[in-house]
Design a protein around this ligand. Structure first.
Ligand code: AMP
Length: 419
């Protein structure tokens, strides 16, 4: 038997109502902030992600699904959306149409990570990118939007963490400080961190290795060495979050080790998902648009993992989905009336009713069981003496009451159902 590939998952019909509920909530909140949806292809040229995410990241270094197509072009299944959105923004000159463009997306992503609870190889993200403004109020809006989505899904145990990475110059100066601090401790670092010491020292903060964590705990903090502009912007974000009633913590270790990330970074964690606590992450990336060939343009955004959010919702029982039901189940008493039943189902569906009918030639009893299983509001019996007299029996499933209706006056019957 062929099974789904490790780290991928079917979203079965029984899962769909929860996904739909999340997707509708997300769309509603993005619309209320005037974000417009964008959809980009599932794969892109590999160079886009190599440049747009950075060679030194785990994503590009270890996790991408990269393959050569038949024309020997290196392609990659998208591991995240920001680079793809920026590619589209530059390619279609979206900035020329609108100086500040606010976009949102929902899409599958692909990363070859070690699968575990809340971590998959095909997973889904929703997220937003606002391109064109350097206002820190927009950073605060990003956090507010992400937070409101999670709150609207009923989640409670949330922690908002923020940090500032400053400008590139600030960061270069800080890297020297960090290098000095780590110079004589370098030998005690993990192999990965030793390598990062040479290639991208800030990423040592991302290390999950305990001995690394112990060493960097006492390192100088970027947040204490910010330039004046970054400091002022960070204050604006903090004030705005307070005004909006969003509790937050400052986490100096929240570092994105990529040169085009600037100023604000944030993450929203949940206690309800086990080891992988981050539900979403984001921040400002003022240098990415020019890295990908556009004009220098400030931008900010976030991405959130749908599977992980749904897991948190399930663990907190944060929302319940109303039971799925249909309006009418047609029960055919005699098999010869199959064709009439199918035709009648079609007529009722044209009246915007959800209708189902037995195509398995099951007994009346079995059809009744099916009607109950489908939580049908009404059952319409076709056949018997009533049918010969041009009538049908309608059963109200909530009360058990039955009434006779005329086959020729379906419209009146539908009107009555609605009243
Ligand atoms: P990132 O793009 O790495 O900043 O991730 C943003 C969010 O996407 C995370 O907070 C997770 O909720 C989700 N996410 C990232 N990687 C995975 C994965 N492999 N499986 C499931 N969700 C993921």
């Amino acid at each position: 038997m062929i099974k789904a590939v490790t780290g991928t998952k079917d979203i079965l019909p029984s899962d769909i109502p929860r996904w739909n509920y999340l997707e509708k909530t997300v769309q509603k909140i993005f619309a209320s902030f005037n974000y417009k949806e964008i959809r980009t292809p599932i794969f892109e040229e590999t160079a886009l992600f190599a440049r747009g995410i950075g060679e030194e990241t785990d994503i590009v270094g270890k996790e991408m699904y990269t393959f050569k197509d038949r024309s020997d072009t290196s392609l990659t299944l998208k591991p995240e959306m920001t680079a793809a959105v920026v590619r589209s923004y530059v390619e279609h000159s979206l900035g020329a149409q609108q100086p500040l463009i606010k976009l949102f997306y929902m899409s599958p992503m692909f990363r070859q990570e070690r699968p575990q609870a809340g971590r998959f190889r095909q997973f889904h993200q929703f997220g937003a990118e606002a391109i064109g403004s350097k206002s820190p109020l927009l950073d605060a809006e990003m956090i507010q939007m992400a937070y409101e989505i999670l709150k609207s899904l009923g989640l409670k145990n949330l922690t908002v963490k923020i940090n500032s990475l400053g400008t590139p110059e600030t960061r270069e100066n800080y890297k020297k400080l960090l290098k000095n601090f780590l110079e004589d401790k370098k030998d005690k670092l993990s192999e990965d961190s030793k390598r990062r010491f040479e290639t991208n020292i800030l990423r040592i903060f991302d290390s999950k290795v305990e001995s690394d964590q112990k060493i960097i705990k006492d390192a100088p903090r970027l947040i204490d060495h910010l330039d004046e502009e970054s400091k002022a912007d960070f204050e604006v974000v903090k004030n705005q979050l307070s005004k909006s009633g969003i509790p937050f913590e400052i986490d100096p270790a929240l570092v994105r080790g990529l040169d085009y990330y600037t100023k604000l970074t944030f993450e929203i964690d949940s206690e309800s998902v086990g080891a992988q606590t981050a539900l979403c992450g984001g921040g400002r990336y003022d240098l990415l648009i020019e890295t990908l060939g556009g004009k220098p343009t400030p931008a900010t955004g976030f991405a959130a993992g749908i599977e992980r959010i749904l897991l948190a919702c399930e663990n907190e029982k944060s929302f319940t989905i109303p039971e799925q039901s249909i309006d009418i189940y047609l029960i055919r008493i005699e098999n010869e009336l199959e064709s009439f039943g199918s035709e009648l189902a079609g007529k009722l569906r044209k009246e915007n009713l959800s209708v189902d009918f037995d195509y398995l030639q099951r007994s009346v009893k079995a059809q009744m069981r099916e009607a109950n299983k489908l939580k049908a509001r009404y059952v319409l019996f076709i056949g018997g003496d009533e049918y010969k007299g041009g009538m049908m029996n309608l059963k109200h499933m909530s009360t058990g009451e039955e009434e006779k209706i005329s086959i020729d006056s379906i419209r009146e019957f539908v009107a009555k159902l609605r009243s």
